[in-house]
Write a new protein. Structure first.
Ligand code: GDP
Length: 454
């Protein structure tokens, strides 16, 4: 069994700090530093109060738990010490554990061991990281459903079925007396079509899954005094950007992350987009342009207008900036002061047009509803069926392509060896998704993105 690893699994600065151990000596190492308060030995899986002794000194009175193998997260013996969160106590305890033979765990090493010991497949292991990083309850729900293994099983079952198909084809190739016509072509074609469609559907969910996991870049644009800063503050619920009525005061970009239900927006309050001779302000305008370009391509553009006044040339410049964006919403702000122009003036250029008052904080729902609908995050599949990373999306694409090619070859009456090579390619690709045949460097790369202690 591998060397015992130890790491602090909680973020520094909390009231409690949890040190985790995994490996053959986890139980022995725990017993070397921890003594249950009532005497006697540790009871498996029971959190127990006691003393933590390092170099002959009691340094904490923590809770500790011992998990004998194999029913543990990693499949190895494990232990946890729930200390008080003092960095001095935690460092001293870890140092003592290292002196006793443990070594510092690398990023994601606990989960990597769980994967290597067959406790979860690679797809579920990646969901663990998504769960740790989830920024909305919906992102957490998607990750925890994936962790539950429903989709992993689906991939494993499909891979087994495809391996079975390969065997059938190879039998025909090896024993040429058996004609390919002996194979149930229609049934095989249906299996290939259905599988390709399901995998394609999952791949298509990647855009939404990515938005769910990473959030969307969001640029709030509009001419000076349209109410961008006021809107940002209203959305954030507190005063973050400076609000004044002197034109051009929002000179810098201010980044905030904001959650609206399932939607996480990486907000950028941009300097007023307008032509200017002021060199400082021009830097702000350039930054605003870059923020808008990112939001146009990958996220959402919120264009704010002073809805109480007729549209100006500056507003038309803003419309130009938003035109052609992947997702865009026009906000007719200052609805409390009446309407200076009709919504139809903006409708052709925006995905949605809403009216609200940022100052009075009324009508904000119309904006959040439009944004949620636009990103397709209003209704999420309950089975964890949103794919959240590019590697998985790429594998799904390649697998579906290979299956479609195999189906087409079958339909065109090609020889079994031509059909089987595409199915084998699909089997190989799917193995990369579950980890059944993932390359070691890819596995290394995946776990390198985890935090230490998970
Ligand atoms: P920005 O330059 O686009 O960021 O505009 P600000 O957010 O600084 O707002 C400019 C002025 O418009 C400020 O005096 C705000 O109080 C005012 N303002 C913003 N939103 C509204 C609104 O919904 N109604 C009214 N009556 N005034 C608003």
């Amino acid at each position: 069994m591998s060397q015992t690893i130890a790491a602090l699994s909680t973020a520094p600065g909390g009231a409690i700090g949890i040190i985790r151990l995994s490996g053959a000596d986890a139980g022995a190492l725990l017993r070397a530093v921890f003594t249950p308060a009532g005497g006697g030995d540790l009871v498996p899986r029971m959190l127990t109060y006691g003393t933590l002794t390092v170099r002959g000194r009691v340094i904490d009175r923590p809770m500790a738990v011992w998990f004998p193998a194999p029913a543990t997260y990693t499949g190895e013996p494990m232990a946890e010490i729930h200390c008080h969160g003092s960095s001095a106590v935690l460092t001293e305890t870890l140092t003592a554990l290292f002196a006793l033979g443990a070594r510092q765990a690398g990023p994601g090493e606990f989960t990597r061991r769980a994967f290597l010991n067959g406790k979860l497949d690679l797809f579920a292991a990646e969901a663990v990281n998504d769960l740790v990083c989830a920024r909305s309850p919906q992102a957490a729900a998607n990750a925890v459903a994936q962790l539950g293994g429903h989709i992993s099983h689906e991939f494993t079952d499909l891979r087994q079925r495809l391996i079975g198909l390969c065997a059938q084809f190879l039998a025909v190739i090896d024993y040429p007396d058996e004609d390919i016509d002996d194979l149930p072509r229609d049934e095989i074609a249906r299996t290939l079509t259905d599988a390709a469609a399901r995998l394609d559907g999952l791949r298509e969910s990647y855009e939404r899954g990515r938005a769910l996991r990473e959030g969307l870049p969001c640029a709030i644009i509009g001419r000076p005094n349209a109410g961008k800063s006021t809107l940002l503050n209203a959305l954030l619920g507190y005063d973050r950007a400076i609000v004044t009525d002197i034109a051009g005061t929002t000179r810098d970009t201010v980044e905030e992350t904001m959650r609206l239900g399932a939607l996480v927006l990486r907000l950028q309050d941009t300097a007023g987009l307008r032509q200017t001779d002021d060199p400082v302000e021009r830097i702000g305008v350039e930054r605003a342009m870059a923020a808008v370009a990112d939001a146009r391509e990958n996220g959402v553009v919120i264009a704010v207008f002073d809805g109480a006044k007729p549209l100006t040339d500056e507003d038309r410049f803003v419309i130009e900036q938003a035109r052609g964006a992947r997702r865009s919403v026009a906000v007719r702000n200052k609805a409390d002061l009446g309407a200076g122009f009709a919504p139809e003036a903006l409708e052709p250029d925006f995905g949605a047009v809403v009216a609200l008052s940022a100052k009075a904080r009324t009508g904000l729902d119309s904006l959040t509803n439009a944004l949620t609908a636009m990103t397709g995050l209003a209704d999420l599949p309950a089975d964890g069926g949103l794919i959240t990373n590019a590697r998985q999306a790429d594998i799904l694409y390649r697998t579906a392509q290979a299956l479609t090619r195999a189906r087409d070859m079958l339909a065109a009456g090609m020889t079994p060896d031509a059909v089987v090579s595409d199915i084998e390619e699909a089997v190989e690709a799917l193995g990369g998704l579950t980890g059944a045949s993932a390359r070691e460097d890819i596995v290394d790369h995946i776990f390198a993105n985890f935090c230490v202690g998970k």
